[in-house]
Design a binder for this molecule. Sequence first.
Ligand SMILES: [Zn+2]
Length: 95
Amino acid sequence: MNDTSLPQPVPCSQCQAGKMHLHYITYFTWLGEELISVPNFPAWICDVCNRREYDERAISWLTMLLSPSAGRPTRTGHRPPAPPKPTGVRPAQEP
Ligand SMILES: [Zn+2]
């Protein structure tokens, strides 16, 4: 079995004895002079030495959210998804 839907514990890079498990914590960071909190933020925490590492994708996602230039249009950027088309609308049928 190679189930990648659940994150597997990874060996701790600091103590080499523990395993780092994925936890969802409240992440605090500064935005200018304002302290903001991000609930349910994924973090890898060692069960032996309590070393904490944050998920790289989550960090980059958060950095993008907090970036002043976020949302700036770029030529190579991803286009937003098209709005959903209305469903259930059928052309009137002639009797
Ligand atoms: Zn450790």
